[in-house]
Design a protein around this ligand. Structure first.
Ligand SMILES: NC(=O)c1ccc[n+]([C@@H]2O[C@H](COP(=O)([O-])OP(=O)(O)OC[C@H]3O[C@@H](n4cnc5c(N)ncnc54)[C@H](OP(=O)(O)O)[C@@H]3O)[C@@H](O)[C@H]2O)c1
Length: 197
């Protein structure tokens, strides 16, 4: 997930809508070398183009995130506008303005799908929630069929890492097709879209 996505402009590209059957779920994150996605509760870099990409992919749909990721978003950017925000927590009494609450990843995905029918549900982190969506929480009710990764070509210290993308996935598109974009903030980056092999 790209905290502060609303700080940046969006492109007209959209992540949905999609058809019937199990709920289509996408995972979206940005990672530095070694799969680093976070440090001390925040994303340890600034790549505004990634924030714009995050906004473009998720706008009009629902975003599912862990409570720690919600906490990591600056207050002025949460909830993410133009999206239903669902926060997963084990705390029975947790609430926040603008956040729908769920107590399991599966419940959060089902709620998300009901709030924005026909739209892909986006799981926007963090590491615990990505892993649950790909593993423990998996069920017949939903299928993770897309992973959007913004790779940042930099060594960054981190304490939170992206899940491994297994052999059952392949890179469907890369932007740019080879080499890297260079952010106006200076770092090289590229967008990879993974689909099921
Ligand atoms: N680079 C990126 O794109 C990106 C995207 C997102 C996040 N991040 C970074 O990732 C870090 C946060 O990730 P994280 O893995 O530490 O935390 P997280 O996944 O955001 O949230 C973990 C919390 O979610 C709740 N939770 C987890 N599993 C649950 C389950 N099965 N049922 C109910 N609730 C559950 C718990 O909340 P309670 O403690 O309230 O019970 C848990 O403490 C931050 O540094 C953030 O900046 C980076």
């Amino acid at each position: 997930m790209s905290g502060g996505a609303d700080a940046a402009g969006g492109s007209p590209i959209s992540g949905g809508p999609i058809g019937g059957g199990p709920i289509s779920v996408g995972l979206i994150w940005a990672e530095a070398r070694g799969g680093v996605i976070g440090l001390d509760g925040v994303m340890p870099w600034h790549v505004p183009e990634d924030l714009a990409h995050f906004k473009a992919m998720t706008l009009g749909g629902s975003v599912v995130m862990g409570r720690k990721t919600w906490d990591s978003i600056p207050e002025r950017f949460r909830p993410f506008a133009g999206r239903e925000n669902i926060v997963v927590t084990r705390q029975a009494d947790w609430s926040a303005d603008g956040a729908h609450v769920a107590h399991s990843v599966a419940d959060a995905i089902a709620l998300a799908a009901s709030l924005t029918p026909g739209e892909r549900v986006w799981v926007t982190g963090g590491a615990e929630i990505y892993r649950a969506a790909l593993g423990d929480a998996a069920s017949d009710a939903f299928i993770v069929d897309r992973i959007e990764v913004t790779e940042i070509d930099a060594d960054v210290s981190g304490d939170t890492h992206a899940p491994e993308i297994g052999a059952g996935w392949h890179v469907e598109t890369a932007d740019p097709a080879s080499d890297w974009h260079v952010s106006r903030a200076g770092l090289p980056y590229r967008f990879l879209r993974y689909a099921r092999a």
